[in-house]
Design a protein. Structure first.
Length: 341
């Protein structure tokens, strides 16, 4: 009986570990490749090091007998790949951009020479992704910061993807359809953790409030999702949050919307009505930096939204308090609504 219990517990542990590893892949990505010499022969036993340029954290692998290597579940960002092998010059390939949910292949060719000699090659984004047949796009932090966002919700950029349409009004659900799928057929993950609202899933307003300050990038898969992404017939949205780096950074912001700086609508003027009262205040900050250089980092952000409006039919006010923990956890928050007739 004791032996049977031990076998069952071990089996369940393996399942949990396997599921955790599979889920975590949707918030990170992989770097794979092969090491050969200039004549095309494989180079086994070479030491391959992947260094995150922002944090300085390194991971090391040794090539197999077939000259292959693989780094799994790496955080997104820019990486420098260094390959060393006795009898060959050290090769260093820089500016390898790793995006969330998109595997990166970095193949290298070593030249005969001394290990003390270094050959540096400039890398970059893959022009053609051949690891899988998924159809989608990565919304990068530059787009999140530069494009206009109503309410500072970065997930609204999903509506700009090909095949995505939004119903104007009416009906239940989110009103966002991907390639004709239902407006509830979504799967949203944050750093590999499920973040779906159970009753009416909404791709642009999930369980956890994210802002342009605490998101690094996110991938939108609209067709041919891989095994770790596939779940619903609509889009799969994999969000990677920001992390601290080897340097201290901090920003603060305040956004104001007020009827005092707005013009009245044409129909309001025609009926000699006053401007509707619309006031929105958004402010907060974000901070990040190292706890132990090249080892441990922190990131935290806080935002406060105050919205108040009044029309001809009444008024309503809503306050939103997002409480964000550090990068080691996930964002949590609560919303307080006040409606007055």
């Amino acid at each position: 009986m004791r032996k049977l219990t031990y076998v069952i517990c071990s089996f369940m542990l393996l399942i949990v570990v396997g599921l955790s590893a599979a889920i975590a892949q949707t918030g990170s990505s992989n770097i794979t490749g092969s090491v050969r010499d200039v004549n095309g022969a494989v180079v086994p036993g070479a030491t391959v090091t992947a260094k995150n340029d922002a944090t300085g954290v390194t991971s090391t692998q040794t090539t197999t007998d077939s000259g292959l290597y693989a780094f799994s579940s790496l955080p997104v960002g820019k990486y420098t790949i260094t390959v060393e092998k006795q009898g060959f010059k050290t090769l260093q390939k820089t500016n390898n951009v790793l995006e969330v949910g998109i595997p990166l292949t970095v193949d290298v060719a070593l030249e005969v020479g001394l290990v003390s000699e270094t050959v540096t090659v400039q890398g970059g984004l893959e022009q053609l992704q051949t690891a899988n047949a998924t159809i989608g796009n990565v919304v990068e932090q530059k787009a999140i910061e530069a494009l206009p966002l109503n309410g500072r919700n970065p997930l609204t950029l999903l509506l700009l993807e090909p095949g995505v349409v939004q119903r104007s009004a009416g009906g239940a659900g989110s009103g966002v359809h991907v390639n004709g799928a239902r407006d509830r057929a979504y799967n949203v993950t944050i750093d590999g953790i499920e973040a779906n609202e159970s009753s009416v899933p909404n791709p642009v307003s999930n369980l956890y409030r994210i802002t342009p300050d605490n998101i690094q990038e996110y991938k939108v898969t609209t067709n041919n999702a891989t095994a770790e992404e596939g779940r619903n017939s609509g889009a799969s949205i994999s969000i990677a949050t920001r992390a601290g780096t080897s340097e201290f950074h901090g920003t603060g912001f305040f956004f104001l919307r007020n009827e005092a700086v707005n013009s009245n609508e044409w129909y309001q003027n025609a009926q000699k009505n006053t401007k509707p009262l619309i006031r929105m205040e958004q402010f907060g900050y974000e901070m990040s930096g190292p706890i132990k250089k090249n080892k441990t980092f922190f990131f935290g952000s806080y935002g406060y939204n105050l919205w108040f409006s009044r029309s001809l039919y009444g008024r309503s006010a809503r306050r939103y308090f997002p409480l964000l923990r550090s990068r080691f956890g996930e964002s949590v928050g609560y919303r307080r609504n006040h409606d007055h007739a």
